[in-house]
Design a protein around this ligand. Structure first.
Ligand code: NAD
Length: 253
């Protein structure tokens, strides 16, 4: 059975992935702020180093896969945290663990979002992709929470696509998931907010398949992407959103 590293495995989508992988008989190393094998704050360089060193210590034989779920939502007032956790907390950890995944020709799955194509803050996304964390965090303070969030998720998808060919030559497949509205602690907070509650209700009602996503919808697909039957899927941004992206952007893909 395999050994997988998972960031953000304490709640929501990450917790569903953890639970499914354990049911399948795999070992899962969770990095999170709480309820984790490695307690680390991925918004900081120190936390990312603790996460990477901790995973290397627990899986010296290599990883069958890495899944990065740690993230914060667009509703939080501190936009710097959106950029630092969502983007840098994802790509810095992935970069530093790639060799460990390559040992076992493993798979990497990054959590982007179906909001990624909605970003219009090109300068912010360019700064994220440039790797200049201080400048990107400064830029995040000048835009809305939605732009800081969707931009962080667009940058994850584009970073993944830039890296995918080289990773594939190392024996690693890497893909990004673009979930739509999924019922988790993150979305619960926003849906209960008196300011956003009504618009979230209308947004949910507009999902073509007629319901919001469940963490298990995403976990099932992650399980497939980590398994042996998906090894030709590489460099893809996969929308798991009940048809929402198709509804909103039919002619763009
Ligand atoms: P969630 O809030 O339930 O889970 C996020 C996890 O990340 C939590 O366990 C949290 O403790 C952890 N985390 C937050 N900040 C951290 C930090 N600084 N260091 C380490 N861990 C940290 O949310 P979720 O909805 O399950 O989201 C999981 C991922 O899926 C996120 O990246 C999110 O952006 C993405 N996503 C969610 C939705 C949705 O509708 N729920 C849609 C698209 C994408």
């Amino acid at each position: 059975m395999g050994i997988y590293a998972l960031t953000g495995g304490a709640t929501g989508i990450g917790a569903a992935i953890k639970s499914l992988l354990i049911t399948r008989g795999h070992r899962v190393i969770v990095v999170d702020l709480k309820d984790a094998d490695i307690t680390a704050d991925l918004s900081t360089t120190i936390g990312r180093t603790a996460a990477v060193d901790g995973i290397k210590g627990l899986a010296p034989e290599g990883l069958d896969g890495l899944v990065t779920c740690a993230g914060v939502g667009s509703h939080i007032p501190n936009h710097r945290l959106i950029a630092s956790v969502n983007y840098f907390g994802t790509v810095k950890v992935t970069e530093q663990l790639a060799d460990l995944v390559a040992v076992k020709n493993g798979a990497i799955v990054l959590l982007s979002s179906n909001s990624a194509p909605m970003s219009t803050s090109n300068d912010y996304v360019d700064l994220l992709l440039s790797g200049d964390e201080d400048a990107a965090l400064d830029a995040s303070e000048k835009i809305t929470g939605h732009e800081a969030y969707s931009g962080s998720k667009q940058a994850i998808a584009r970073w993944m696509r830039r890296k995918a060919p080289a990773f594939a030559r190392q024996g690693i497949t890497i893909n990004a998931l673009a979930p739509g509205y999924t019922e988790t602690p993150m979305t619960k907070v926003v849906s209960e907010d008196p300011k956003y509650g009504d618009s979230i209700k209308r947004f949910k009602e507009s999902i073509p398949v007629g319901r919001a996503g469940k963490p298990e919808d995403i976990a099932d697909f992650v399980d497939f992407l980590l398994g042996p039957k998906s090894r030709f899927i590489c460099g893809s941004v996969l929308f798991i959103d009940g048809g929402h992206d198709a509804m909103l952007r039919a002619d763009q893909f």
